[in-house]
Design a protein around this ligand. Structure first.
Ligand code: SUD
Ligand code: ADP
Length: 340
């Protein structure tokens, strides 16, 4: 028997980078949001007298040894569980590699979830988060799913009030952006900036202020605003919920942005243009569009399916791959995680 796990992706709805820390990492504040787009991770595991791990993938860019995040997660989990097992992992890549969508990190979380099910055991919650943080800064968020606040080096995660589903277009340019290089470029840029404000605190305040506004997913006073006006058929008509729209508009009003755009766009000018296409203009304009993580994937969030399809077409007309998806709230993340 084997266990097939949907390894969902994430976007960052804003990301502020702080100074480099003594451990070489950067402090950051970010709002992670999981998406329906996913890889498929299949795990088969049996207890054995010694641990063996084998890895396979349909994508040659995925390392098949202990550099792989899924390998490191499984090895670390078995050691913490004081167990030995024969484990085989297959990673079916549907997401971009080095795309800023946390695909490799999500594979690690999915491998752990698959392993636990196969061996009918589980690590205590705090141990799972600790192990995830050792494997990568982006891994712990995938043990929560939905809307997640990321602090520290991104590994300190806190579930946020969940935003209902929003239509999303992800553009997948051919280039891959190295995360460590993007941080180095940021350091070089930050050195040239004088009178820097406390960016991390500013963004934390911006996120907190969203929850202080009535009608957003932070504070839900009574029913959702659409329903207060005698009931709304939004959602059934291919439009997003008012609650999601209000939350996103509040986020936009705070001026939230991704700091990586300041170094990644000058290095890859075509990405700035894709953001413009995702954003669009007029009544069908995106609620929000940005680079995800350090890129190179970009995304737009839309009021309606029609607006999202129009954005997808704009990006595709420019010769760039663009995928339609939706944001994935926490409850859906967990109830749809196991693939048949
Ligand atoms: C910055 C983000 C935003 O989501 O980028 P994306 O990978 O999604 O683009 C992530 O936190 C990345 O997380 P992850 O990809 O797990 O990074 P890690 O493996 O922990 O770190 C890779 C390298 O990136 C740099 N790094 C990473 C995170 C951080 N807060 N500061 C850093 O300086 C370090 O050089 C580190 O050696
Ligand atoms: N399971 C994995 N899937 C993809 N890449 C992996 C995996 N494990 C390690 N890697 C390495 O991590 C690098 C970043 O991968 P990825 O997670 O796709 O990027 P990002 O964090 O930008 O979304 C890749 O270039 C690859 O060498």
């Amino acid at each position: 028997m084997s266990t097939r796990v949907r390894s969902y992706s994430k976007i960052n709805l804003g990301l502020a980078i702080g100074p480099s820390r003594p451990d070489g990492f950067h402090g950051l504040t970010t709002f992670y949001q999981t998406l329906e787009l996913h890889d498929l991770v299949t795990v088969e595991a049996k207890r054995a007298s010694a641990t063996t791990i084998t890895l396979a993938s349909n994508d040659e860019r995925v390392p098949l040894d202990n550099r792989n995040t899924a390998w490191r997660m499984v090895e670390g989990a078995l050691s913490r569980l004081e167990m030995t097992a024969a484990v085989s992992i297959h990673i079916e890549k549907l997401l971009p590699v080095q795309g800023g969508m946390g695909a490799g990190s999500a594979n690690a979380a999915a491998a752990l979830i698959g392993l636990e099910r196969e061996l009918d055991t589980s690590l205590p919650g705090a141990d799972r988060l600790r192990l995830a943080a050792e494997v990568g800064s982006d891994v712990p968020l995938f043990l929560l799913g939905g809307s997640v606040l990321g602090l520290g080096r991104g590994e300190q995660v806190y579930p946020l009030p969940d935003m209902p589903c929003v239509f999303c277009v992800v553009s997948v340019p051919e280039v891959g952006v190295s995360t460590p290089q993007a941080f180095r470029d940021w350091d070089a840029l930050a050195l040239t900036q004088h009178g820097k404000s406390d960016r991390l605190r500013e963004l934390s305040l911006a996120y907190a202020s969203i929850s202080a506004e009535p009608g957003t997913s932070g504070i839900i006073r009574g029913s959702n605003p659409g329903n207060q006006q005698g009931g709304s058929d939004k959602g059934q008509s291919g439009q997003v919920d008012d609650l999601a729209e209000n939350t996103l508009l509040s986020l936009v009003r705070t001026g939230v942005e991704n700091d990586f755009e300041q170094v990644v766009f000058p290095a890859y000018p075509s990405l700035r243009e894709i953001k413009r296409q995702l954003m669009g203009t007029g009544s069908e304009a995106a609620l929000y569009a940005a680079l995800s993580g350090s890129g190179s994937a970009l995304f737009g969030l839309y009021r309606s399916e029609a607006d999202a399809r129009a954005a997808q077409q704009r990006v595709q007309n420019a010769g760039v791959k663009a995928l339609m998806t939706k944001t994935l709230p926490r409850s859906m993340y967990w109830t749809t995680m196991f693939a048949g």
